[in-house]
Design a protein around this ligand. Structure first.
Ligand code: NAP
Length: 297
């Protein structure tokens, strides 16, 4: 049986992704920060799919300590991960600093998933060897990454705090991380891609104190009927993730950005900046480097 990790599986796009992967026959490790919500979601997933192969693991991406504990819990459950989906994410309207001294949106949306993924690379590598198929890493980014180019290197948001720019920066980071992995990992062993799920009616934007026009929109839009708001359902929101997870193309291309289940062109940085960013992320998160056996170099 293949094993998948889905972060943020208790809600929205992550819940649907986990549900569909269970139906595909995966064992799914659901990671999120709130055990009450997560336990309820896992029960719900079991009822909806009839599968008992769904496990809840606490992982607060705002805390490196919690992530390291989650990595240990994952290792206690399995030594192979075929599919690793960094789906959890949020937008915060107020600047917050984590216990690890990073700006919270940047840590939750990028540095935390970075530490989690890097720590699990040996399990991801092992799965590919055992199944003969390549493993896949998928980062759920956003079209909002375009706003991240402005002051990209201001990761602590010391110059200014504009929630949409800060969120965009973290979502650009998801794309850059997929690209950095793609240059490092042997694509026969693992592909790494990012994607925009669409603009989706979910709990997104409900975290944090919402202020300003954007926050107002984020709160109001889901209350309107879909044909007025233009928002898509969470089922539609999971389609591109599932496409990259299931399709031939998702095992053949790496370092790409998908939108509407097709390769699209993101706004990005040059190769040198991506390298610099990868090393910055390693230093900030204390994550382990890629195992030498897994490297394409
Ligand atoms: N909705 C959209 O229109 C849209 C558009 C583009 C991209 N995206 C991206 O899609 C992904 C999924 O979003 P969604 O729309 O499904 O929103 P959602 O329903 O709010 O789901 C987000 C998930 O992330 C989890 N999460 C938040 N902070 C966390 C933390 N510190 N540690 C661990 N888990 C945490 C949430 O847990 P809690 O339930 O405990 O908060 C929840 O399970 C996100 O990465 C988002 O950036 C969404």
């Amino acid at each position: 049986m293949k094993t998948a990790i889905v972060t943020g599986a208790n809600s929205g796009i992550g819940f649907v992704t986990a549900r569909e992967l269970l139906k595909d026959g995966y064992r799914v490790l659901c990671l999120s920060r709130n055990m009450r919500k997560l336990d309820a979601a896992v029960q719900n997933l079991a009822t909806q799919t009839g599968s008992k192969e769904c496990l809840a693991i606490r992982c607060d991406l705002a805390s490196f300590k919690s992530i390291r504990n989650a990595v240990q819990s994952v290792k206690d459950c399995t030594d192979e991960i075929h599919l690793h989906i960094n789906n959890a994410g949020l937008i915060l309207s107020e600047r917050q600093i984590t216990e690890d001294s990073h700006e919270a949106t940047f840590q939750i949306n990028h540095l935390g998933p970075f530490l989690l993924t890097q720590s699990l690379l040996p399990l991801i590598e092992k799965a590919a060897g055992a199944s003969g198929d390549c493993s896949r890493i998928i980062n759920v980014s956003s079209i909002a990454h375009k706003a991240g180019l402005k002051n990209f290197w201001d990761f602590k948001a010391e110059k200014s705090y504009k929630q949409f720019d800060v969120y965009g920066r973290s979502k650009l980071a998801n794309i850059l991380y997929a690209k950095a992995l793609a240059t490092r990992l042997d694509p026969a062993i693992c592909t790494a891609n990012a994607l925009h799920p669409g603009v989706i009616k979910s709990a997104f934007g409900a975290d944090g104190d919402t202020k300003g026009l954007f926050a107002w929109g984020v709160k109001l839009m889901p209350k309107l009927p879909n044909f007025i708001s233009g928002l898509m359902t969470v089922e539609q929101g999971a389609e591109t993730t599932l496409y990259v997870a299931r399709s031939e193309e998702g095992s053949q291309v790496t370092g790409q950005y998908f939108k509407n289940s097709r390769i699209a062109k993101p706004k990005t940085l040059g190769d040198e900046a991506i390298e610099r960013f990868y090393h910055y992320s390693l230093t900030c998160s204390g994550a382990p480097e890629i195992p030498a056996s897994f490297s394409s170099h």
